[in-house]
Write a protein that binds this ligand. Structure first.
Ligand SMILES: *Cc1c(COP(=O)(O)O)cnc(C)c1O
Length: 360
């Protein structure tokens, strides 16, 4: 059996969804399952999030797969449709379309889908400056959607740029209110960070993603402190041990040099499996890893299928010793922070050829 594998805990996924619900009572929940359920497997995530009110994703073929698997819940398509053909599929499959540009409004107007009209989320740009309508264009788009026979219902939506950071949501909420759109329309604003930190954003539908997978959206608050449980644990084993003398380098580019006699465990996991290649393994800056239950750091550059771990102070470790790259006992957020990225990127990057074991 190949040494590298990931476990995915269904009870952790369920626990995190229940926590999201408890933190946003009264709001309905779109469980965000884009990017193959943040790397956890689309169908697996959707099955575990059975208690969600609907699922938010990006690709229409992923939505089609869910429908073919018997999923009858609402499906929110975060970037909407890209062509009249796709729009027809939205109508046929009952997909909810985010509408964020005027071309999409035009496609709806000329689609002739009145027999099976499409539910729409009108995306408002309140400061993220990625997708959506600003200012007077928002009202104009809303009026056209209201007059369009191919539209069955409208929800107002926006997305926060820094709910997880110092800026917060106040400016964007003010922008949202300043658009002065029909207050009787339902609203959906909150990602995980806003859901957890800003109850004033909960509105009618929340859209948690990362928290459902057990990671923290915040740089300054851990998943554990938030009560979240990691769902994915990436594990492998030591497949070789090297004894180093002072002055001996480790790995490609020799970016680490032993300063004392050392034991190095070679772990069967590398960037081909989704471990970040930029995770540092310098003399003065490492990345945490757990070997045989003991926390240590990686050494040298991450290779395609291997990396090195310092086991000098873990004498019981040897060939076959179990290693945790992230997950249970070592938050993906911590590994991501060391590698100057986010847990989002680590989870999504889990390679398709890594064996996955579903656990309760
Ligand atoms: C990805 C996404 C979310 C979820 O964000 P998290 O930070 O993972 O909670 C919510 N809304 C939209 C529009 C998204 O694209």
């Amino acid at each position: 059996m190949r040494p590298v594998y990931a476990t995915i805990s269904l009870s952790a996924l369920r626990h995190n969804l229940a926590l999201a619900r408890a933190r946003a009572p009264g709001a309905r929940v779109w469980a965000v399952v884009k990017a193959n359920g943040y790397g956890h497997g689309l169908l697996r995530a959707v099955a575990a999030f059975d208690a969600a009110d609907g699922f938010a994703l990006v690709e229409v073929d992923a939505a089609a797969r869910l429908r073919e698997q018997g999923c009858t819940k609402p499906l929110l398509m975060i970037e909407g449709f890209f062509s009249p053909e796709e729009l027809a599929e939205y109508s046929a499959r009952g997909l909810v379309a985010v509408v964020h540009n005027i071309e999409q409004v035009r496609m709806l107007e000329t689609s002739g889908l009145a027999a099976a009209p499409v539910a729409v989320y009108l995306k408002l740009n309140t400061g993220m400056n990625r997708l959506g309508f600003c200012g007077s264009k928002a009202l104009a788009a809303l009026e056209r959607l209201r007059a369009c026979a191919s539209v069955s219902s409208i929800v107002l939506m926006t997305h926060f740029a820094d709910a997880d950071g110092q800026t917060g949501v106040a400016d964007q909420l003010a922008q949202f209110r300043a658009l002065n759109l029909d207050p009787s329309l339902p609203r959906s604003l909150a990602n995980s960070a806003a859901l957890l930190r800003y109850p004033e954003t909960h509105a009618d539908w929340v859209r948690p993603g990362i928290m459902l997978y057990g990671c923290s959206p915040f740089p300054d608050e851990s998943a554990q402190a938030l009560g979240l449980k990691p769902a994915m644990t990436l594990r492998s084993r030591i497949i070789a041990v090297q004894e180093l003398q002072p002055g001996a380098p480790v790995g490609y580019g020799a970016i680490y040099t032993a300063r004392e006699p050392m034991r190095v465990g070679i772990v069967a996991c590398g960037y081909a499996h989704g471990y970040p290649r930029h995770a540092p393994g310098f003399n003065d800056r490492g990345t945490p890893i757990i070997v045989g239950g003991v926390r240590t750091t990686i050494l040298g550059r991450v290779s395609m299928d291997m990396l090195a771990a310092d086991i000098t102070r873990i004498p019981q470790a040897g060939v076959g010793t179990e290693v945790t790259l992230w997950g249970e006992g070592l938050a993906a957020d911590e590994v991501a922070a060391a590698a100057e990225t986010l847990s989002y990127e680590l989870l999504c990057a889990l390679a398709p050829h890594v064996r996955v074991i579903e656990i309760e």
